[in-house]
Design a protein around this ligand. Structure first.
Ligand code: PEP
Ligand code: MG
Length: 548
């Protein structure tokens, strides 16, 4: 950066868009020097009432995910284990009370499982709220309009007391792509940058800031030129979104579907012409629950999506295991869960769970538009057993079996694709897992980024084989991994002959724009070049230099 430019730091872009405004540092760290004004038991009662009121307000606004988190916070406050520990400490010492939460959280933190690690954060967050309540410190803030909110991370209890319509942008020191604050930001269309760590520690409130939620760039005191560039980018973005019209999109002859994976995404989804789901990640129905959901609860969720989406619904059966665990299943701990009993392997080992999921699909009022997709298929017998299982239930219910397909996300299913096209009704490539398994690189490990790019030629060759085999045998092939949501990678898929894409709804205009602009390039020449590159950087260079 030249001296003419402002101070500039980068984090990770988590919610697209540009925001300009004044910084507001939201402190939610506890200060033990402030004495308690309420005992921990008095504060617990007060906090439960406060959370209850916030839940009612969230429900009125259809903010179900946030209401659920607060419900979980109440359960933590009522947890007998925590309450019994209160009896052993000085109930008027904020430090001792907070220690109870810290110790409980560290037990969870030390577990290998991501799910339990996440619970550790919830427990600490409840501890902080309880301490603030004991100290009678009101964490609700009064924001000026056009605020760029800077925080370590934000819980639903934090965001519930904020006037988010005054927030132009959010910057988080911590936070993951699927953390609460990012989901809220995306739903509300607020640009968001995460993972800035200590880079903004010296920043004060009321500083002029500009952020780019796509690239993760943050400008402190941006120059007029920098602001202008960002605003131009914003205008460009808006143009791309506005130009995503049904007429133009239909001329490409492609099919765009969306990925859905939570109640919040169902309720916030609105689009004039995208109306199909290419990947329904059904896990949330089971993960969000303390006990196995009954048939009616499962069917209700499907009826809900049927009401919202008028087109095809590709319903993926449970993909539990790996990094996603469900308490009530009491699954044994595995050394290598991503290589363990996950996806279809788990369904086939838990037939009653599998049966209730299939029945809920067959019972739903949109069953005639549903295609059932099995995750983590690695052998022909696993597919045949699943197919027979579904067909048996369908025949008992006197109903036609929906089309049955597989996710190709293991190397073995790529090598066997010529066998699969003879027996499946469709294929969807899960490039997130396929990349992880082909490159032998854990998809969640941030030290392995150079092995995690789905544009690696080894991954492209696998995808190309699947697309060619599917196309030659008239079997629909789609891609539902994140690759289809990234414009340049999605263009690579188009070059390889893909015609059905499933992506996050917000990505669709950008993917569409890239393909429309470059549709007349020589696809077979580009295909040859990217498949013969020697690494993902070369592939990106080829695509960047040859496309606009
Ligand atoms: C994938 O693996 O690409 C995929 C779409 O499934 P998930 O990300 O849910 O594992
Ligand atoms: Mg997967």
């Amino acid at each position: 950066m030249s001296e003419l430019n402002s101070k500039y730091v980068t984090g990770l872009g988590a919610s697209r868009g540009v925001a300009i405004g004044k910084s507001f540092i939201y402190e939610n760290e506890v200060n033990f020097n402030n004495p308690a004004k309420l005992s921990c038991l008095e504060a617990t009662k007060t906090l439960i009432i406060k959370f209850d009121n916030q839940i009612v307000a969230f429900e009125k606004e259809n903010r179900k995910d946030e209401a659920d988190v607060l419900q979980a916070y109440i359960l933590i406050l009522q947890d007998p284990e925590i309450l019994s520990q209160f009896e052993t400490v000085d109930q008027n010492s904020v430090e001792s009370v907070f220690n109870v939460f810290e110790e409980t959280a560290s037990l969870f933190q030390n577990m290998d499982d991501e799910y339990f690690k996440q619970r550790a954060e919830d427990i600490l967050s409840v501890g902080k709220h309880l301490v603030f309540c004991m100290q009678q410190i009101d964490k609700s803030v009064s924001l000026e309009s056009e605020t760029i909110l800077i925080a370590s991370d934000l819980t639903p209890a934090d965001t519930s007391s904020m006037e988010l319509h005054k927030v132009n942008g959010i910057v988080l020191k911590e936070g993951g792509y699927t953390s609460h604050a990012v989901i809220v930001a995306k739903n509300l269309g607020i640009p968001c940058v995460i993972g800035v760590k200590e880079k903004l520690d010296s920043l004060e409130s009321n500083k002029h800031l500009a952020i780019d939620g796509s690239t993760g760039e943050i400008y402190i005191d941006p120059t007029a030129d920098e602001e202008k560039n960002l605003l131009n980018k914003q205008i460009e973005h808006k143009k791309i979104i506005d130009s995503f019209s049904k007429e133009k999109y239909e001329t490409l002859g492609l099919t765009y579907r969306v990925n859905i994976g939570s109640n919040e995404e169902i309720s916030s989804f609105e689009h004039p012409f995208l109306n199909s789901i290419g990947l329904f990640r059904s896990e949330f129905i089971y993960l969000d629950s303390e006990t196995a959901p009954d048939l009616e609860q499962q069917t209700n969720v499907i009826n809900n999506i049927g009401d919202k989406f008028s087109g095809t619904i590709v319903y993926r059966t449970l993909d539990i295991g790996g990094d996603k665990q469900v308490n009530y299943l009491n699954l044994p701990k595995e050394e290598n869960p991503f290589l363990g009993v996950r996806g279809i392997r788990l369904s086939l080992a838990n037939k009653s769970l599998f049966e209730s999921q299939i029945k809920s699909i067959l019972n739903s009022n949109c069953v005639d538009r549903i295609k059932i997709m099995f995750p983590m298929i690695s052998t022909v017998p696993d597919f045949l057993e699943s197919k027979e299982f579904v067909e048996q239930i369908a025949s008992e219910m006197n109903i036609a079996s929906p089309p049955l397909g597989i996710m190709v996300e293991t190397p073995s299913s790529v090598f066997l694709v010529d066998k699969f096209v003879e027996i499946v009704d469709f294929i969807s490539i899960g490039t997130n897992d396929l990349t992880q398994y082909i490159m032998a690189a854990d998809r969640g490990n941030s030290h392995l980024t150079k092995y995690q790019d789905s544009l690696s030629p080894a991954v492209l060759r696998a995808i190309s084989k699947v697309i060619d085999t599917g196309n030659a045998n008239n079997i629909e092939v789609s891609v539902c991994g994140e690759m289809a949501s990234d414009p340049i990678s999605a263009f690579a898929l188009y070059v390889l002959g893909l015609t059905t894409f499933s992506m996050s709804p917000a990505a669709a205009p950008f993917v569409f724009n890239k393909i429309v602009k470059n549709q007349n390039l020589d696809k077979s020449d580009l295909k040859h070049k990217i498949l013969n590159a020697s690494n993902y950087k070369e592939v990106r260079e080829i695509l960047n230099s040859e496309t606009s």
